[in-house]
Design a protein around this ligand. Structure first.
Ligand code: DLZ
Ligand code: SF4
Length: 509
């Protein structure tokens, strides 16, 4: 009997993936393919492409060792069809298969391509996530706003993580107030575990340099984990050395300290090298063993079973149109400085440089530096989304949509965030050491050296007054704005406008 094709995508690299569980090793054929369409739907960072191709090749080898018939297409194979559907059709012709078993992809683009493919594709729900679509929909039904905090509590109860019976461990659901310390003087964690590329990884790096050498960033030096064993070693290392101080300093930013105490595991979880439950259990155990404080463990677990699951639920709940939300009608092009063009703003130059070098920046750099600036400047949210999707090794549509369109750009009108994440330079000054090295002065509210965040903040408030002035969380800001004398208000708005003109003209700002 002719078997079926079992599709495994580049971010579905685990034996526990739904499609594989449905498969019959004795007759089905696993299809994996490095294809142009996936590698180019945005200009992915070369390190991201290298991570995915290397991990795909190693996972294919592991499946073969385990007795599976794997048909693997490398990027430069001459008969590569260039797309996932094209590859499925080619393999169907070779094997005589008439059906495909797949796991639902993490973006609508590919879900739709599989749905309309000229071969029958069964898409099984991706149950690597804790909340199924059904669970999320049941929770979201009839709610006006979908606040993460309440969803998170449901997830705590459902998983039993950090629970003492029916109560939250430590008597509180959320210890975030302990997690906002300014940068420490010294970091005593040496950062993510680094792995020397083996032969498979080196071959991928050569390929990526040849094919994607002009993308933003470079494939080498490359030290990411590319298989399950390495990812687990990295996790154990971080739990031991990084977790204890993770909570306290999770929002801090320090020049030259690119990882601080952050876990650097989203990229591994999102492609299947680490399982979110396994990661959370390791973290909870570290707390129960008194190795890490509760604010670190709870704060971390909230990111995974709270934010991560919530963003995923929201992506499917919102449907394909969510990505085009733009309630603030922002339409400025993403400034070139996001792609490394010179800027005098130290917070941005530092964050963009580390993004280019590492394909990584932590959540506050993303939210309060690059995200905040784009929102204040009125950049088209879809362009912001595509930038995050391209430059971060952990970025996939399902996770970035809620984070960029919803959280950083407020383009969904407040489904995700109760107020826009905008701030003047003060927040950055408090949480980082960037301002001390900046050409602008964070204390200057107007004038030639005024921090652009200070100017743009009021420009944003002014242009969106109708929408936000009755928001209780923004009212205080409008009162401050209205207390300014007319001269000062005019000067701020004029200087902000002049700054935006310079930005549009491509001048260095
Ligand atoms: C991101 C990515 C890249 C760069 N390349 C491939 C590829 O060549 N083959 C593949 O199967 N998957 C790749 N991926 C991951 C997919 O883009 C991802 O599965 C979808 O965006 C859905 O999340
Ligand atoms: Fe950024 Fe303003 Fe601080 Fe400069 S002064 S680093 S632009 S916040």
């Amino acid at each position: 009997m002719v078997g079926r094709l079992i599709l495994i995508l580049g971010d579905q690299l685990t034996e526990h993936i739904a499609a594989l569980r449905e498969a019959d090793k004795s007759r089905d054929v696993v299809v994996m393919a490095e294809v142009r369409d996936e590698a180019t739907y945005v200009r992915h960072h070369p390190k991201k492409i290298a991570l995915i191709f290397a991990a795909m090749r190693k996972f294919a080898a592991r499946l073969r060792d385990d007795g599976w018939d794997v048909r693997y297409t490398e990027y430069d194979d001459t008969d590569n069809a260039g797309s996932i559907v094209g590859e499925l059709l080619r393999r169907a012709e070779q094997t005589g298969a008439t059906e495909v078993i797949a796991t639902e992809p993490g973006d609508w683009r590919l879900i739709e391509a599989l749905t309309h493919a000229p071969i029958k594709v069964h898409q099984h729900e991706d149950d690597r996530f804790i909340a199924s679509h059904k669970v999320f929909e049941r929770w979201a039904k009839d709610r006006k706003s979908l606040r993460m905090e309440y969803f998170y509590r449901e997830m705590r109860k459902a998983t039993g993580l950090m629970m003492d019976g029916d109560d939250p461990a430590g008597g509180q659901w959320n210890f975030d107030h302990d997690n906002r310390a300014a940068p420490p003087k010294r970091i005593d964690y040496s950062g993510p575990m680094r792995f020397t590329p083996d032969e498979t990884v080196e071959a991928v790096l050569d390929l990526v340099e040849a094919e994607f050498g002009s993308n933003f960033g470079q494939a080498r030096p490359f030290w990411f984990a590319t298989d399950h064993g390495q990812a687990r070693q990295h996790l154990a290392h971080w739990v031991k050395k990084g977790l204890p101080d993770f909570g306290t300093y999770q929002d801090a930013m320090l020049t030259g300290e690119r990882f601080l105490y952050h876990s650097f595991i989203a990229l591994y979880m999102n492609i299947g090298l680490l399982d979110p439950r396994e990661v959370c259990e390791a973290v909870e155990q570290a707390w129960r063993d008194r190795h890490a404080p509760i604010n670190a463990a709870e704060g971390f677990i909230r990111q995974i079973i709270g934010w991560r699951e919530y963003m995923r639920g929201l992506y499917y709940h919102g449907g394909p149109d969510y990505l085009d939300s733009n309630v603030l009608k922002h339409d400025r092009d993403l400034p070139d400085l996001y792609w490394g063009a010179e800027t005098k703003m130290r917070c941005l130059s530092e964050t963009v440089a580390q993004t280019r070098d590492e394909a990584y920046a932590h959540h506050i750099q993303r939210l309060m530096v690059t995200g905040n600036f784009a929102l204040l400047a009125g950049v088209a949210p879809r362009q912001v989304h595509d930038w995050y999707l391209a430059v971060y090794a952990d970025a996939f549509d399902w996770v970035m949509a809620g984070n960029t369109i919803g959280m950083t750009q407020f383009a969904d009108g407040g489904l995700v965030a109760s107020k826009p994440y905008v701030s003047s330079g003060n927040y950055i000054a408090k949480m980082s050491d960037y301002c001390g090295h900046c050409a602008y002065k964070v204390k200057d509210k107007t004038g030639p050296d005024a921090c652009p965040f200070n100017l743009l903040f009021w420009h944003f408030m002014d242009r969106h007054r109708d929408r936000f002035q009755n928001n209780p969380r923004m009212a205080q800001m409008y009162r401050t704005f209205d207390r300014m004398n007319d001269d000062k208000r005019e000067t701020v708005l004029r200087e902000a406008g002049a700054f935006l003109d310079k930005l549009d003209a491509g001048e260095t700002v």
